[in-house]
Ligand binder design. Sequence first.
Ligand code: PEP
Ligand code: MG
Length: 904
Amino acid sequence: MVATRKATAESKYIYDFAEGNKDLRDLLGGKGANLAEMTNLGLPVPPGFTITTEACQAYLATGAAPDGLADQITGYLTALEDKMGKRLGDPADPLLVSVRSGAKFSMPGMMETVLNVGLNDASVTGLAAQAGGNDRFAWDSYRRLIQMFGKTVCEVPGEEFEHALDEAKRAKGTTNDLDLDADDLRGLVDAYKKIFSKHTGREFPQEPREQLDLTVNAVFDSWNADRAVLYRRQERIPTDLGTAVNVVAMVFGNLGPDSGTGVAFTRDPASGAQGIYGDYLANAQGEDVVAGIRNTVPLQQLEELDKRSYDELLGIMSRLEEHYRDLCDIEFTIERGKLWMLQTRVGKRTAAAAFVIAAQLVDEGIIDLDEALHRVNGAQLAQLMFPRFDGDHTQELVARGIGASPGAAVGKVVFTGARAVELAAQGEQVILVRRETNPDDLPGMIAAQGILTSRGGKTSHAAVVARGMGKTCVCGADDLDVNVREKRILVRGQTVTEGDVVSIDGTTGNIYLGEVPVCPSEVVRYFEGELSPQEATDPLVAAVHRIMTHADGLRRLRVRTNADTGADAARARRFGAEGIGLCRTEHMFLGDRRELVEKLILARTEADRSAALAALLPLQRADFVEIFREMDGLPVTVRLIDPPLHEFLPPLEELAVNVAVAQERGEDVAKEEALLSAVRRMHEQNPMLGLRGVRLGLVIPGLFAMQVRAIVEAAVECARDGRVAKPEIMVPLVGAVQELETVRAEAEKIIAEVVGDSGVEVLIGTMIEVPRAALTAGQIAEAAQFFSFGTNDLTQMGWGFSRDDVEGAFFWRYLELGIFGISPFESIDVDGVGRLIRIAAQEGRAARPGLKLGICGEHGGDPESVHFFHEVGLDYVSCSPFRVPVARLEAGRAMAESVGSDSR
Ligand code: PEP
Ligand code: MG
C-alpha cells in the first residue's frame, strides 16, 4: 500500500518500496532502488520506504531538513505502521525500524546505519513480551540502539561502549557476547545510558520520532564524514550526489538459535567460480557479520541449520542473478525460521572474477560479447598484470587466512593506519595488520601494499574495501594473535613485531615470514605468448583471451607503444602493439653517450661539433636498426631529440663547487673553468620551457640532420635485409609552422639523398604539445603528414603546471577542493586540454584531409582518456608496453559504447 500524500506542489522526497525500481539509483540510492526492485519481484523484503538523495542534497545545502519532509515521513510512517499492524513507540507492541544509508554508488561501511529505532524504556518490555518473553533479546536490541545511536548520531566515542561491553563479559567470565543474559544486558543498557549522557549532556531520547528524525539527519551528515569524502576521492565518486535513507521495518536475526543473519554471493567474488559463497552467523544482527566481530560459518552450513530457509535463499539467489544478469550479493536475515531479504546489488568483485564471470555469462547465453566488454575495464586488466608470488621459494608459511583480494604484497608490518601512512610517505612498502579494520583505517589501507586481518570473512570490512581498491588482502587469519597496542603478532610460537617483513598472497590466503620473490602473472604470460589460452588451466586466461579478441575485432583506435629499445619494442609487439608511436631518442643519449652529447652541446668550434656528431651517427643508426627490425612492417615514429638541457649538462652548482675547491688546492682548473662558463652560459631558470625540442634542433647545426640520416640509413639497411621499416620522423615542441618548415626542408634533402631506390617511405610530422600549435593546427598541418599529441607537455603548458614539481606541492589541495577529481597528468582534462586536442584535430584535418592523428603522452594508456581519444577521432593511442593491452581493451569498450549509444 502506498501512503496517501498531501496534494501539494512540494517535492516528493519519499518513495515506498513498492513505488521504486532498480533504475532509480540516482534518486533512491543503490540500496533503496534494489529493495524496491526485490519488493516488486515479490521477494520477502520487510516493508519500508526510502528518503531520496534529493532530500539529502537539500539538507546538506541548507543544514536543515527541507520543507515538507517531516510531513512526508509522518505519512509514510503511518502507512508502514498500518501495514505492520504495530505503532512506533507502542509500549505493548512497538514497531522498530532500521535506518540505513544508501548512496548511488556503494560505499561499504563509509556511512551510517542505526538499528532498532523506536525502542525506549517502556517499549523494551513490550518487545520482550512480543518475542515470547525473550527478555535477553529485547535488552540486547536496546543496548545496540543506544550504542549505534550514540556513536552515529551524537558522536559518542564508540570505544566507550565497547569497553563497557568487554567489562560486562569480563564480569561474567566470558568472551562471547551470547553468554550475557537479560540481567547483564539490562545492566549494560544502564551503563550505556550513563556513557550517553556523560558525552551529550542529555538523557537518551525516549521519543521514538525524535530518534528517527535525528538518525535521518545523521545519515545525511555522514555523506560528508572524512572517511566518506576520502573514499569518494579514491573511487572517483562525485561529491554532490548525497545519500538516500532507507527506513525499514526491523526483522531480527538475534531472536535465538533459529534466527541469524548472513551475506551471500551468487558466484565467488574473488575468482568468479560458480557455487555458493557466503557467511552466516546465527543469533546475530547484520552488523556483526560485516564488522567481523564473531567468526561466521560458511553459508553451506545453513543447510543443516535451517534447510527450508537455505533452499528458499538458493532459489532467490538464482532468480536475482537471472533478473540482474550478473553476480549479485545479498544480505539476509532469518527471523525464527522466516527468511527476509535486506539488500541486494550487483556485487563488487575482483578483477579476475570480473573477466571470468563476464565470459561465463556469455557462455550461459545471458549476455553477449559487447555486454561482456562493459562488464570489465582496463583498470582491472592492469591489476591482473601485476606479478604474483613465485611458487619455488623457501620462505616459511606461518599461517593461512582467507584470500579476500588477490595479488602478492610484500612489506613491513605496521599496526595502525597512521604508521602505514607515515612509512609509505617515506617510500616504504608496508602491510597493515589489524584484528579487523573499520572505516577509520581507510587512509592506512590506501597507503599499504596489502592488508592482513585476523578476523572476519570475505565480506568483512577489510575484504570489501580492499577488493574495491584492488589491494591485496588476506583476512580472517585466526592463527594470528594480533596485539595492536604492543605492536606484535604471536603466531605459532613466533613473534612478529613492527618492521618485520611479511608476504601475503591475496589469492590463496597464505602468509609468509620474510620476502617472497614475485613472478609475472598468468595474464602477462598469455600476452607474452608463453601460455596459449587452450593450454591454460586458469579460466582467467581463457576469459581474457575471449574478451580481448572481441575488443580487438571491434575497436577503431589503433594501439601503438612508446618504446626506445629493441627489447621494449619486442615486448610491446607481443602485447599487441601495432607500431611505435613515440621513440624518445634522447633516451639513447644517456649512459656512456652522455659525454658525446655534452661535447656536442658545448662545442664552440665547427670541428668539435662535427666530431661529436660523427661519433653519434653510427650509434644512433644501430639503435634504429634494432627497433625497425623488431617492428618489421609496422610504423615507427621516431621523435627527434627533446631533452630539457639540464638533463645533459653537469649540474651547475656542483661544477662551481668542484672548481672552487680545486682552485683552492692550487690545481690547474683551466679545462673545468671553460666547462663551467659554458654551462653557466646555457643555464636556464625554466629548462622545461627552454632550449628543448625543435629549438635545440634549430640552434645546434647538424644535430637533427644527423638523426634524420641515422633513421633513414637504418631503414634502408633493414630494407636491404628484406624487412619493411616505416619510419615517421616527428619534430617535438613545435609552436609555429615555420619551425617545422625549417626542419622539414633540411630533412627532405637528406631523405631524398639516402633513400635512393630502397623503396623506403618516410613521413614527416610533428608533436602537438604547445598550446599555440594546437591553436594554429590548420597552418601546421600544411607542413605535417601527421600529428601526435604530446599530452604531457600540453597539460603542463595548458594548465601552467610544472610537470616535475606540481604533484607533491599543491595537487592534494586541488583534489581536496574538488578542482579536479584526478591529476590532469594522469587522466586527460577533457574540458581544457581536451578542447585544444579537439580544435587541433578538426582544424588539422580541415587543412589536410586524412591527416594521421595520434597521442603519445601518458594519457594514451589511461582507460578514461582512451574513450576521449576515440570520441575525438584519433587514429591511434600510444602508451608504454604494459599498458598496450589496457588500451586495446578500452578502445574496444569505447567502440562498443559509441555503437551502443548510436543505436539507442
Ligand atoms: C608529451 O609531452 O606528452 C610527450 C610525449 O613528450 P615528453 O613526455 O617526452 O615530453
Ligand atoms: Mg613532450
